[in-house]
Every structure is written in C-alpha cells, then in structure tokens.
Design a protein around this ligand. Structure first.
Ligand code: CA
Length: 517
C-alpha cells in the first residue's frame, strides 16, 4: 500500500500499483484544483473515502482498485475527476463452473505458541469467554413471559451469583406459523438448537415452550447431546402451568436458579489461544473498510490461525464477487467445492426472491465511496487474511474444526451475528466505516472503525480506531498485533467492550429461507 502523507495537504491511498483510481484520505475531502504530492490535480471536489481517477479512463475501459476490475467506465473519466457509482458498469459475477479450485493454497504459516487467555472450560471441550445463563425458546409466543422472568432473574437472583455474567433469553420469531417440513426449514431449526450450545452458555440447558407449537422441544435439545447438561428438568411448557402468569414466572425463576448455582461454581482457567472461536463481520462499510480495518483484521486472523484458533468469516453476498480468490485458497477440493456449493445455493435463494447480489450495497455504503458490490466484496474478503481456507459450514451449522473457516451467512449484521453464534463463536469482531452501535448479548463484540474521525465522535462506542493506519500513525502489522492482544484481553474478561459496558444488544434474528404459513 502506497501512502502519501502530509498533515493538511491532499492525500490519497493507492491499494495496488495497477490501480487507476485512488481513495481520498483527508477528513474534509479535497477541493477542485487540489494537488496531491505526486502532481495529480483534482478537476472537481472529491469527498473523503471517494475515488479519484489517476489517468484519463476512456469509455468502456476497466476501472481498477485492489488490482482488480471494480467496473467499466460507461463514459470517459478525466484524470483528477471524482469517480462515482453511476459512471461505472458493474462486472458480471464470476461463473461458478470455471473457478480456480484449490490452485493457490498458501503454505502453512509458522505456528505461534505460548499465547493464552482465561476462559471457562465446558464439558464438551469448548471454552467460554463469558459465563452466561441462556434460556432457549421454541416459539415467539413465550417471549413476553420469558422477558418478564428474565428481568426479575436479573434483578433478584443474579446479584446472589456474582460469577455469572448475565442471563439471556434466546427469543426469536420462529417456531409456529411456519412451514416446519419445508425444504429449507432445517436452517432455522438447527440454528435454534446450536445457539443453545454456544460455548458462552456453559452447557446449562433450559427450554421454555408454549406447548402446541410446531417446533417441539425435542428438535432443539437431544437427550444424547454431550454439549448440554440435561440432568435437571430442562423443559418448561407454559400450557402446563396450573395457576396463571404469577406461577409461570415463579417456576421459570426456580428452574433458572438451579442453573445459576451451578454456573456460579465455575472459574476461569488459563487455556491456549487455540480455544478462541472468533467470528468476523462488517457493517456500514465505506471505502476505507478495505484499506484500514479489514486488512488489520486479516493480519490478526493470520495470527490467530497461527496460534491454532478458529477464525470465521462470512457474508455470502460480500464474498460472491471475489469468490475466485477464495476457491483458489481452499485447502483441498472438498473445501473448494463446499465454497461453490454455498455460493450456488445463495445465488438460487436470491433468484427465487427476484433479487441479485447488487441488492447488498446500501445508501450509506455509496455515500462512503463504495460504488458497487464488487468493490465492497474486494474490501470485505481482506478480513480473511492470507492463510489457506480450512473449512466451510452452512448457515446454522456448528463449526467442527480449527483454522480459517467460511461460515456461509447472509451479510445482514444481526443474521450473520446470530449464525456465527450458532456456529460456536465465543468472540465477535465487527468493522464499520459509517458507524453502528451493534452488539450481541451472548458474546463480546469488538468494534473497529475505519476512520479516526468516527473513532473520535463515537469515542464511547468504538473500541479500536483503525483510521490510524490511513494517516500513517500505525502499520497494518502493528494494528493486527494490537487487535490480537485485545482479543485475548476481552476473551479473558480483563477488558469489556463498549457494547458490553452499555449492554447494547441486537436481537437474535434467525435466517429462515422457508415459507411461513
Ligand atoms: Ca454484515
């Protein structure tokens, strides 16, 4: 990355020597007639994080960023002009039947030994970074009652069990009024089941059911499942409660207290960094996402992979246009084929809804200088670092191996976060350019912003300022190491993220591609 820096003078970032557009760094953008240190002069004003043509680009010619084609000029673009979305024709998505399959597998990176964190060991071998009582639900009907009970548990019981971090109701909109036998219903069903097995919930199963719903408790908890403890009564059906609302609340609180007592006995112990299961995603991206925050996450991802941890990246529509770069990195043909399978499934899913991948980019993305999904995808996959891709899991599946994993999810922040929780994530990192106060109740969320201006304004929401990379105050490597250490501190409970301190939690949002009735 070439960085041209001087305190107030016009500055830009070039990602690749073959690029014919560069990205403006200055907080206020640059005015018409501004001269960059290399002599490039703007012919119009260009806002921060937007693109400037470095040469005259004829109509029909490639526009390149990251050394890749992000579009074709649909009109002549003058040297020094502001290159905008409406001036680009988007390339077609790479065909799935002619991809490079496991053709450029990166050599294993040297192991990184001796790094640890303080975590809660679970009976099934996983490790929690928090000690939370999770209460699963089979249907939305029980939400009001359960939330009432949880409020009282938090106020009246939790203070008596100081080693328990929180109590969380796993409420959702699934369970009834749905086509439970539809072809794709397995996705929300296995998501509910695997959410209850998240390492941060300590294997203490408790299910609140209504009674008459389609999703029955046996589909969520299996008696032979080693990851949950079913030795205590674990199912409470509201329709079996005899004496009304007050009794329901009392009985749910009693069931909760049995588990709080057990969770309270647990203590953190030193475990290797390989027990981390990090989920990565982005939201509210801008053109800096691919320059500052995501490359730093990628560097930290490589460090975690070297330490033997599990690192997941996701967001189907944000990898689709760069899939040729990922299939090439697949460890073997099985993994490459699984990547293609997930992309193909998602293409068909979008097609059924008469949409395509271009539905992904938001007005905020565009305001932040991202012209289209191709440019967004190239900046998004940088999070995955440089190691081989070791595995692929479908939406709602639980991760079963270490290394770099593609966890196939929609890009929607809450849906992706929910599916990564179901996969077993015990720590989440989230990059943002435009800014979002996103958080999850079941795991700490580390928020990394792409620009220093946002880090300053949202000083009590953003944990890590990756904008320091754009202004030359820090290298990607230094920031990657900072993230790596921060992950271990947060995982150990030595530090709390802002979202955790403020208790900012988005809802669990299930991915249900099946019909509702
Ligand atoms: Ca997202």
């Amino acid at each position: 990355m070439q960085l041209i820096e001087h305190s107030d003078s016009p500055r830009y970032v070039r990602l690749h020597e073959d690029d014919n557009v560069v990205v403006v760094v200055n907080d206020q953008g640059v005015a018409e007639g501004s001269a960059f240190p290399d002599g490039l002069v703007t012919v119009e004003g260009v806002p921060q994080s937007h693109k400037v043509a470095t040469v005259d680009i004829p109509e029909g010619a490639e526009v390149r960023r990251y050394g890749q084609v992000i579009g074709y000029a649909n009109q002549p673009l003058r040297k020094g002009s502001w290159v905008q979305e409406h001036q680009l024709r988007m390339p077609t998505a790479p065909a799935l039947d002619s991809l490079p399959m496991s053709t450029a597998v990166p050599a294993p990176l040297p192991p990184l030994e001796g790094y640890t964190f303080e975590g809660y060991r679970n009976a099934d071998g996983t490790v929690g970074t928090r000690n939370i009582l999770g209460i699963t639900t089979t249907v939305q009907c029980v939400t009001g009652v359960l939330e009432h009970a949880v409020k009282r548990i938090r106020q009246e019981l939790l203070p008596r069990y100081p080693n328990v971090d929180d109590v969380v109701a796993l409420t959702h909109s699934y369970g009834c009024g749905v086509a439970i036998n539809a072809r794709d219903a397995y996705i929300p069903i296995r998501t509910v089941r695997n959410l209850s097995r998240n390492p941060n919930l300590g294997g203490e199963a408790l299910v609140i059911s209504l009674g008459c719903e389609k999703l029955q408790a046996g589909q969520v908890m299996h008696e032979d499942d080693p990851s949950v403890d079913l030795s205590d009564p674990w199912l409470y059906r509201l329709q079996d409660a005899g004496q009304g609302f007050g009794e329901m609340i009392e009985q749910i609180m009693e069931l909760a207290e049995v588990r709080l007592k057990k969770l309270d006995q647990r203590r953190r112990e030193t475990v290797p960094a390989s027990e981390l299961i990090l989920g990565m995603q982005c939201g509210g991206s801008d053109a800096f996402s691919g320059i500052t925050a995501n490359p730093a996450l990628g560097y930290a991802a490589d460090l975690l992979v070297r330490a033997g941890a599990t690192v997941m990246f996701s967001e189907n529509t944000e990898v689709r246009d760069a899939i040729y770069m990922l299939t090439a990195r697949a460890e073997n043909m099985e993994v490459a084929n699984a990547l293609v399978r997930e992309m193909d499934w998602y293409d068909q899913y979008l097609e059924r809804g008469a949409a395509d991948r271009s539905a992904n980019t938001t007005p905020g993305n565009k305001k932040g200088g991202l012209s289209n999904i191709v440019e967004k995808a190239l900046g998004s996959i940088v999070k995955s670092g440089s190691s081989a891709i070791n595995g692929v899991i479908g939406p709602g599946e639980r991760v079963d191996r270490k290394g770099l994993i593609f966890c196939a999810t929609p890009a929607s922040d809450f849906v992706c976060g929910t599916l990564q929780l179901a996969a077993g994530m015990n720590l989440h990192v989230f990059t943002t350019g435009r800014g979002t106060p996103y958080g999850l109740a079941m795991t700490p969320v580390v928020k990394v912003c792409t620009r220093t201006e946002l880090a300053k304004r949202w000083h009590d929401l953003i944990d890590i300022d990756a904008g320091r990379v754009a202004t030359g105050r820090m290298s990607i490597e230094e920031l990657g190491w900072e993230l790596f250490h921060y992950y271990l501190d947060v995982a150990s409970g030595r530090k709390q993220t802002w979202a955790e301190q403020h208790r900012l939690h988005n809802d669990i949002v299930l991915f249900n591609p099946a019909p509702i009735t």
